[in-house]
Write a protein of this length. Sequence first.
Length: 225
Amino acid sequence: MSKVVALVQSRMGSKRLPGKAMSLIAGRPMIQHVLDRASSIVGIDEVCLVTSVNVQDTPIAHAWNGRVYRGSEWDVLGRMDEAARWAEADVIVRLTGDCPLLASDISSLVLQTFLDSSSSYVSNVGRQAKWPDGFDTEVMSVEVLHAAAAHAMSRHDREHVTAWVRSNHEIEEVQSEHDYGHLKLSVDRPEDLARARKVYGYMPADDHSAASVLSAARKCGLLHD
């Protein structure tokens, strides 16, 4: 039986918003929200936080009481591949630490689509998928991740984990019926953090569903149907 591992990549050294992973949202560090939501994905066997060996990333490592893998700071692809081997994963659910409003039911849908298909890579990433920026979920076989780590040579491809995969493999895309692609819920800049905090102000506790996130976005004026 395949072991499904969610690898959540995160670091403190963001140029646009340094230390964002530990920024507080609703009283808790952002990375903890992401990890809690990752843990709610149906079909996940294990959640592994993947950060760097840089001392500035130690607070991230200490923010999670589950498995933590630390590797290269700039070679994120290599770090993720090493983490997958360390976790003995067969299927990888790749998530990023800048998505505090990740919808676990949509991530579950992407994972189930992968498990039900013959595809080696399934995602809901990108404007054409029509999901909010911040629901990003990529699922791939561990062999695909290994291939990327072995063949991707450019610094861009090493820093952006699935860039090589998306250029060299057929992509199966899980699309939204409604177009929410204009809604940015990931956190890259100070204004994104303020937006995420605003949305959390309208959300019920421990509800990780897309419906809850979209309802809160409507209540705070970010989404109009």
